[in-house]
Write a new protein. Structure first.
Length: 875
């Protein structure tokens, strides 16, 4: 096993610092269409006594000559291997100069690759060794100077990390540019881009008055859609100054945006690289989710400049430090941008629907794993999102003032260095006086954190006893870390909806309407007193820990929370929980059960508040998607659940049809404005609900919404029409295709929606991969189809196994050219374990078929083995 491997005793001690440091590296890279000639001068210095060999990684490089301090090295001093060079008996320090050549790779590879007409790098985690002989590990931090030279006809723009310090013409007419990044950084943050780009230019003045040149580089047809991204980038720069006191330190910040950039989005120092889908955004071509995702990613890459670039990770196993901290910062930025309530609900959805299933499946691993077979497989939702939740909990426990002291100390002490995940806790203990001995267990814990809550109310003493019992899924051969320390934000809602004040009986503090309890024991009872009335508890507000909570809340109590809870996340969650329970009751008992009635009343009440709070009502009433439905009944057939959901909604629609139409119509004006996110959300809910039992005029309503100039509106309508009968779907798809075909970003939606909707998506995807606008080397389009498809429970997990077979086929097809993308889709099989034996057998067969292929890339093979060796997909 790779990720989930057990911690060996003393695994921590296994870390060995690099034997040699490279304080400075100068590169001269002569770029041609298919090859690059490189001279590298590495200044090295022994960091550990006793080690004499200087070992450099290097893959696919053809060495011509090597010199040590100016002397050509004899063959017996230098050993070549397929993965690098070894300089025997290296002196304590010196300069190693290497002349070599490399071949430009293709789009799915690492290192220096060709993307369209451009040359670009893709290094994280281990691609730099395909560009330069180097100790290619994240704890070697180096100041780089890089000179790029190329024919200006082919590559007029030459970009690299840091600041442009010189540019000019060479005697043979080619042009060169010298870039310098004075601060030490890990080699995976090296980047260059060469090509012909159009530019958006701007300037940002930092808090201390330094001007930063901003440049967004893209193909001319993509540049018009880059304005939103540029504006967000400037907001991110200002936000980091305000929220964390972090200024940008270079004179230049360049961004290159290219279709199918294989890294997705990448934070290289001073030169962030993006695939188009992570930077282009405009209301005319992007849904609201896409607009928000682009903002979040742009913030994310920018915030890495401090969390990741200036403070690095000691080992790839500590990846969660840079990714978790950066995700948290990105989430906090989005809370400022989109509103705290909106943003936190987005986080919770992502965590529950994507990270929790990873915890439940065969690929479960710790945020700080003890081992990894392939570093590139570490980029998981657990490393990103669960790590972010852990650092968020730390901030909750410390409080805002101490949190800022912790982050200030973190940046001040570790700038220019590589840190372990645990170092953050060391600093927090020291600076904020916290005892984190127990809290640290979080980063070693594998699997979901479950809490069951029960309570009693004593009317005589007006005391509320809350008992919380925690468990972490036990994973074979992984030591249980013991109980975790979790902050529990609690509020109390009175019978009439009022917020009740209370305090913990063992603290003599003042009464307050919210408290943060600290759950430390496996089973712990908290006595809360001072309550004026019997309360309904609102637990883990704002999802204060990444918890799977089981409570004894009855439907009536859930409805109280859904109406009145002062915490917007829990208010939304209560409505969603009730909706899911209503669906599962419909599945078990048929129409008319108690939960369904409570849900129906709540639906009516909330719909009546549409005018005051369209966004919150839209959130609350959004039908749980099939992933969310699966959370309620984890072993249920996704098809049966979807049918039950449809039946329940179809029964409700006739009663509220007129109101739904009225709300939909009334919000039409707001829905075409930039601020109309909430209006669009609620209109989409109305449309969905109407279309569960449509009359002809509802179909017409969908068709006319499809003509909206706003992508969000058009897509909401198209999804409904695709889910409709075949005729309506066909016509709508034809209309949308004509409208969107000229803009790839918009056309991606046309592909994605067809892969998203219903079990027939498996057949549609089959047809789509033969479409003339679909190509295997267009990674963005492939992702549009398959990212959507693997999240479509009814499609991917279709009972006849068709979904598994299609995904297995794309994995095999992508393996030779783009193994990372192949691995991305392969991961989806981690969700199959919870289904019935027939589905598991289909999944098993698909995986065996993949493993039988010759020439599987290492990340693909290792993942396929992990999927098959653990849990119930095992042979
Ligand atoms: N470090 C990138 C991010 O999180 C993701 C990435 C990983 C990009 C590996 C390329 C390669 O922003
Ligand atoms: Zn990141």
């Amino acid at each position: 096993m790779t990720l989930s491997a057990a911690a060996e005793p003393g695994a921590e001690d296994a870390y060995a610092p690099p034997p040699f440091e490279i304080p400075h590296a100068s590169l001269w890279i002569d770029l041609q269409r298919d090859v690059a000639r490189v001279r590298a001068e590495l200044r090295f210095r022994r960091a550990r006594v006793g080690v004499t060999d200087l070992v450099l990684d290097g893959v696919g490089l053809r060495l011509a000559e090597a010199r040590l301090d100016g002397q050509v090295l004899a063959d017996d001093r230098l050993t070549h291997s397929s993965h690098g060079l070894v300089l025997a008996a290296a002196p304590d320090e010196g300069v190693l100069a290497l002349d070599y050549e490399l071949t430009v790779g293709s789009a799915g590879q690492e290192g220096l690759i060709r993307l369209g007409e451009a040359l670009i790098t893709h290094c994280e985690p281990e691609g730099f060794r395909r560009i330069c002989y180097f100790p290619d590990r994240p704890d070697v931090m180096t100041a780089f100077r890089c000179t790029l030279a190329a024919d200006p006809e082919a590559f007029p723009d030459l970009l690299c990390n840091g600041a442009l310090v010189e540019a000019g013409e060479l005697p043979d007419g080619r042009r060169y540019a010298v870039w310098d990044d004075p601060r030490p950084k890990a080699s995976y943050l090296f980047a260059l881009a060469a090509g012909r780009f159009d530019k958006l230019e701007d300037r940002f003045v930092t808090r201390s008055g330094r001007g930063v040149r901003l440049g967004i580089h893209a193909r001319s047809q993509d540049l018009p859609w880059c304005r939103h991204g540029l504006a967000i980038l400037k907001q991110a720069m200002a936000w980091d100054e305000r929220a964390y006191g972090r200024e940008y330190d270079l004179d230049d910040l360049n961004v290159v945006v290219l279709p199918s950039y294989p890294g997705g989005a990448m934070e290289n120092r001073g030169l962030n690289l993006y695939a188009t889908e992570f930077f282009l955004a405009d209301p005319a071509i992007s849904t609201d989710e896409q607009m928000r995702r682009v903002s979040a990613v742009i913030g994310h890459e920018y915030f890495h400049n401090w969390t990741g670039n200036r403070v690095g990770c000691r080992s790839w196993l500590d990846l969660g430090l840079k990714e978790g901290f950066t995700v948290l910062r990105q989430q906090q930025f989005m809370a400022d941008l989109a509103g705290a309530d909106e943003a936190r609900i987005d986080d919770v959805i992502q965590l529950r629907e994507v990270q929790f299933p990873e915890d439940d499946g065969p690929l479960a691993h710790a945020p700080r794993p003890a081992a990894a077979a392939v570093p590139s497989n570490l980029y998981s939702r657990t490393i990103y999102d669960k790590s972010a939740e852990i650092i968020r909990m730390l901030a909750t426990l410390a409080g805002p003032a101490a949190s800022r002291r912790i982050s200030d100390a973190f940046f001040a002490r570790l700038d220019g260095r590589a840190a372990a995940f645990e170092t953050l806790f060391d600093i927090a203990e020291e600076v904020a006086g916290l005892d984190l001995a127990q809290f640290r267990r979080w980063i070693r814990a594998v699997g979901g954190f479950h809490v069951t809550a029960a309570w009693t109310w004593d009317p005589a003493s007006k005391r509320f006893s809350l008992t919380l019992e925690q468990s972490v899924r036990t994973v074979t051969d992984h030591p249980n870390p013991g109980p975790l320390l979790a902050p529990v934000r609690v509020g109390m809602v009175g019978p009439g909806g009022q917020a009740l004040a209370f305090r913990s009986a063992d603290q003599s503090g003042p009464l307050a309407t919210e408290q943060v309890l600290e759950l430390r024991e496996g089973r712990q009872t908290f006595v809360l007193e001072g309550l004026a009335a019997p309360p309904v508890p609102s637990l883990f507000r704002g999802l204060s820990s990444p918890v799977r909570l089981t409570t004894a809340l009855d439907p009536g109590e859930l409805a109280i929370l859904a109406r009145y809870d002062g915490d917007p996340t829990n208010r939304w969650d209560a409505a969603q929980t009730l909706a899911r329970r209503a669906v599962s009751e419909r599945l078990r008992l048929g129409p008319g059960g108690h939960i369904q009635l409570v849900w129906r009343d709540l639906f009516d009440d909330l719909l009546a508040q549409a005018a005051e709070a369209p966004g919150a009502v839209g959130r609350a009433l959004t039908p749980p998607d099939d992933r969310a439905l699966g959370l309620e009944l984890s072993d249920a057939d996704p098809e049966a659940l979807a049918q039950a959901q449809h039946a329940l909604a179809a029964e409700m629609t006739p009663r509220v049809r007129d109101r739904l139409r009225a709300v939909h119509a009334r919000l039409a004006g707001a829905a075409v404005t930039d601020e109309g996110v909430g209006a669009r959300r609620l209109r989409a809910v109305c449309l969905w609900q109407l279309m569960q039992a449509p009359e002809p005029q509802d179909l017409a309503r969908c068709r006319s919404q499809l003509d909206s100039p706003r992508m969000a509106e058009a897509c909401a309508a198209l999804s409904q029409l695709v889910a409709c009968d075949a005729e309506a779907a066909k016509a709508a798809l034809a209309v949308a295709f004509e409208r969107w075909r000229a803009v790839p970003q918009a056309l991606d939606q046309w592909f994605a929606i067809q892969a998203t909707v219903g079990p027939q998506a498996a057949d549609r995807v089959e047809a789509l991969i033969g479409h003339s606008d679909y190509r295997l080397d267009n990674a963005t389009r492939v992702k549009a189809v398959f990212d959507a498809f693997v999240l479509n429970m009814r499609g991917f997990h279709r009972a006849d196994g068709a979904g598994y077979r299609i995904v297995a086929r794309i994995v095999v097809a992508l393996n030779p050219g783009n193994p990372r993308l192949a691995a991305r889709f392969l991961k989806a099989f981690g969700d199959c374990e919870r289904f019935d034996a027939a589905r598991r057998a289909h999944a098993n067969e698909a995986l065996i078929g993949i493993l039988a292929q010759p020439g599987l890339a290492k990340p693909v093979e290792s993942l396929a083995r992990d999927l098959l060796s653990a849990g119930s997909l095992a042979v």
